[in-house]
Write a protein that binds this ligand. Sequence first.
Ligand SMILES: [Zn+2]
Length: 245
Amino acid sequence: MEHMNRRDALAIVLRAGGMALGTGAAASLTACASSRRTGQVGKPIPSDPTVASVPPHTTPQGGGWSSPAPVDSLPAGVIPRAQWARGAPRTWLADPMNGVSQITIHHDGMSPFYDTSWGAAARRVESIRAAHVGKGWADIGYHYTIDPAGRVWQARPLALQGAHVKVANPHNLGICVLGNYEQQTPTAATLRSLEDLVSTERSRLGVSMAAIYTHQELAPTACPGRSLQAAMNRTRSAGGRLARI
Ligand SMILES: [Zn+2]
């Protein structure tokens, strides 16, 4: 699959109406750019296009994924998408996840975000969902988002493959920290929730520490921003909190 360069990324953002989110062109360049999967054409449309219509988690042929993940359940404390999303996933546009083998950390790359209110975070997650759906994607591209207060919001159901690293979406769980970490630093609450969520999902789904990535470690992008990248480097290193919990 071809790489998406910055010009392509900007073009996609502009085509998708990214400006409607209130982000300038400069901010769009640092946004987390991803792509919907390909090869979706021709799939039958389920009679009931809801999460429940997704086939149960199965082991793919030749897969050998060791974790029959409880993808229908949420880790404790995660806010269900029903509490913020204004639309259901268009499941017929997404592949099933069929097991998680890596986790990737992002920022949303829009304007800096400091608001710790429930409503502001809910609106921001919904704006990302709407933008991604506007690109023709199945749903918001990430599986979880985390806000400045440390709340964790369910995003795309884990039963569905995400759309957050163009070259590496299969079996890749995407977590997006709301805000722009080129221009701000993550709060202590955000980092703690991020570490707890990664640790929980790593254990639950059978993902190795070596398979915890940031977006820029998989593709040429500024995502998740300098300060969040630095925080991820610290917490994954020997003695870091994520390495210990
Ligand atoms: Zn990203």
